[in-house]
Design a protein around this ligand. Structure first.
Ligand code: NAP
Length: 490
C-alpha cells in the first residue's frame, strides 16, 4: 500500500496557496509566526548576500512549522533585488508609487527561495531568480495603475500584481520561472513532492490543453509557433496544432465535432471557414456579428462561442506603433475581402471619422461601404485619393509572396501618414519599402498576426491553471522572423 505523506504550507500567502491548489496538491496551511526582521538583521550583520538571506528565511519558516508537524513542510520567501538592494513590501500607496517610479524602465530580480522539511530537518532547497524589466512610465501612468488595482499591491514586494492584466502591462520583459515571479517556483517543488511520495499513485498533472487552427491550406500558418511558444514560456502543458479542413460547411462541422470529442478547448479559424465558424457557433460576440465572420471558436460547457480578434489585433498593432495620442482621422483601405471587414470594424471602433475604400471589384467595395458608411473610391483613383489621409492600409493579397505587387502612387500621401500592410510574407512588402523610403511610419502584418493571436491563447491556455497573459515582444517577433526567413530561403 502506498503511504501518502501529508503536506503543510508554512505561509500565510494567498497566492502561494492558490498556486499549490491549482496544481492539485492537497495541503494544510500553518502560518510560521516568525519575526522576519530578526533573521534579516542577522543575515546583514553576517554579511550574507540576498540569495542566502532569502533561503535563510524560507528555511526558518519551514522549521518553525516543521517542529510541530509531521510530513512534508514547505517554506518559501521572495526578496526583490533592485540595484543591489533588497526591498520589503511597501507600507502605503505613496511608497508603492515611489517604488514603481524608481524601477520604471529598469530591470529587477525576484529572488525566490523554497525549502522543504521533514521530521525537523531541511531535506531540499530551490532558488529561482526571474528578472523583470519594467516599461518606461510616467508618474501619471503609475498613479492610474495604482488607482485601478487598489491597495492589494501592498502585499507584494514589487508594489505590483503581475498575475493580473493591468499588472503584467507594466512590464517590457519577464524572463525566468513565471511561477517564481508570482511567489512560488512550483515546478521543481512538485517534482520533489512527487519523488517524496506526497501524491501517492493517484496524482496526475493537470490535463494538457489542446487547441489549434483550422483552414485550408494550413501548413503555412505561423499560429502554432506563436501559441506553442507562449505555452512553453508559461510552462503550460498542451499543444496547439494546425488542422487542414476541406472547404465546405459539411467538412467543417465534421472536423469541429471530432476536435471537441478529442477535448480541444478551442480553435482559430482561417480561410475558407470564417463564415462557417460563425454559422456553427451557439453564440457569437458583437465583434464576430459585426464583421460577419469568426476567427475564434471556444468550446465550453457543451457550447461553441464565436469571436473575432482580427479587429482588436489590427487596432492593437496600430496603437503599439502610433502610441495612444496619435489619433487616426482619415484612412484609406485597399481591399474588400474577409480581412478588410475586421479592419474597418476596428477603424470605426477607434473613432476614425473618414474611411475610404478602394477595391478591384467595385461591387464588393460598395457592399462594404453601404454597411459601414464608407466613401467608395475607384480602384484606378486609389493614388490621388490618398491626399489628406493619415493612414493607408493594404488588406488585399497584392504584394504577398507569389502574388503580383501592389501598384500605387504614394506621392499624394502626407509625410506624417502611417502605412499598414497586413500581408506578412514578405515582412517588408514593396508598399512598405516605398513608404519607409519617403519617411512614412510603417506597420507590417506580423504585428497584427501576433496581436490577433493573444485572445485565443488567453481563452484556451491562459486560465489553466490560472491567468497567464500572452505577450507580444521582441523574443516572439524574432522567432517568427527567423521562421519567415527560413521559409523564404528554402
Ligand atoms: P480575401 O477575402 O480573399 O480578399 C482578397 C482581397 O484582395 C480582395 O479585396 C481582392 O479583390 C484583392 N485582390 C486579390 N487579388 C487582386 C489583384 N490581382 N488585384 C487587385 N486586388 C486583388 O482575403 P483576406 O482574408 O481578406 O486576406 C487578404 C490578405 O490579408 C492576405 O494576404 C492574408 O494573408 C492577409 N491577412 C493577414 C492577417 C494578419 O493577421 N496579418 C489577417 C488576415 C489576413 P477582389 O474583391 O477584387 O477579388
Amino acid at each position: 500500500m502506498t503511504v501518502v505523506r501529508s503536506v503543510t504550507l508554512a505561509s500565510g500567502s494567498a497566492i502561494r496557496a492558490a498556486i499549490l491548489k491549482d496544481h492539485g496538491v492537497a495541503f494544510d496551511v500553518v502560518k510560521p509566526g516568525l519575526d522576519e526582521s530578526v533573521i534579516k538583521t542577522e543575515a546583514a550583520q553576517g554579511g550574507l548576500g540576498l540569495e542566502e538571506t532569502a533561503m535563510r528565511l524560507a528555511e526558518a519558516k519551514c522549521m518553525a512549522v516543521a517542529k510541530n508537524r509531521p510530513g512534508l513542510v514547505i517554506g518559501s520567501d521572495q526578496i526583490l533585488e533592485f540595484r543591489g538592494r533588497a526591498f520589503d513590501k511597501p507600507a502605503n500607496m505613496d511608497e508603492a508609487g515611489a517604488r514603481l517610479l524608481e524601477m520604471q524602465g529598469e530591470t529587477h530580480s525576484l529572488i525566490n527561495a523554497t525549502a522543504l522539511a521533514e521530521d525537523g530537518e531541511i531535506i531540499w532547497r530551490n532558488l529561482s531568480r526571474p528578472r523583470l524589466t519594467m516599461r518606461g512610465m510616467t508618474s501619471d501612468d503609475i498613479n492610474a495603475y495604482l488607482k485601478e488595482v487598489g491597495n492589494g499591491v501592498l502585499s507584494s514586494v514589487g508594489a505590483y500584481q503581475v498575475e493580473t492584466a493591468p499588472g503584467v502591462g507594466l512590464f517590457e520583459r519577464i524572463s525566468g520561472d513565471w511561477f517564481a515571479v508570482q511567489g512560488l517556483a512550483v515546478c521543481p517543488l512538485l517534482a520533489e513532492l512527487s519523488r517524496r511520495g506526497a501524491f501517492g499513485e493517484g496524482w496526475k498533472n493537470p490535463a494538457p490543453v489542446l487547441a489549434g487552427v483550422v483552414g485550408s491550406p494550413i501548413s503555412h500558418s505561423l499560429s502554432p509557433l506563436i501559441h506553442n511558444e507562449w505555452a512553453r514560456r508559461a510552462l503550460i502543458a498542451g499543444e496547439y496544432r494546425a488542422v487542414d479542413v476541406a472547404p465546405g460547411y459539411g467538412p467543417f462541422v465534421e472536423a469541429m465535432e471530432a476536435l471537441r470529442a478529442q477535448g480541444f478547448a478551442g480553435v482559430n479559424v482561417t480561410i475558407p471557414h470564417k463564415e462557417n465558424a460563425l454559422r456553427y457557433a451557439d453564440e457569437a460576440s458583437d465583434a464576430a456579428k459585426t464583421i460577419g465572420a469568426a476567427n475564434m471558436l471556444t468550446f465550453a460547457g457543451g457550447r461553441a462561442y464565436a469571436d473575432n480578434s482580427d479587429a482588436t489585433g489590427f487596432a492593437e498593432a496600430l496603437m503599439a506603433t502610433l502610441g495612444g495620442d496619435d489619433k487616426v482621422e482619415s484612412a484609406m483601405m485597399l481591399g474588400a475581402g474577409g480581412a478588410a471587414r475586421g479592419v474597418v470594424a476596428a477603424l470605426r471602433e477607434m473613432g476614425c471619422a473618414r474611411v475610404q475604400i478602394a477595391n478591384r471589384t467595385r461591387e464588393k467595395a460598395d457592399t462594404l461601404s453601404n454597411e459601414f458608411a464608407l466613401k467608395c473610391v475607384d480602384w484606378a483613383a486609389r493614388g490621388p485619393a490618398l491626399a489628406g489621409c493619415d493612414l493607408l492600409i493594404n488588406t488585399t493579397s497584392l504584394g504577398m509572396t507569389g502574388q503580383p505587387p501592389l501598384e500605387i502612387d504614394l506621392s499624394a500621401l502626407p509625410a506624417g501618414a502611417t502605412v499598414f500592410d497586413i500581408v506578412y510574407a514578405p515582412l517588408e512588402t514593396q508598399l512598405l519599402k516605398a513608404a519607409r523610403k519617403r519617411g512614412n511610419k510603417t506597420v507590417n502584418g506580423l504585428e497584427m498576426l501576433m496581436h490577433q493571436a493573444a485572445p485565443g491563447f488567453s481563452a484556451w491556455f491562459g486560465g489553466r491553471p490560472y491567468p497567464v497573459f500572452p505577450r507580444v515582444d521582441d523574443d516572439l517577433r524574432d522567432l517568427l522572423i527567423a521562421e519567415l526567413n527560413r521559409r523564404s530561403a528554402s
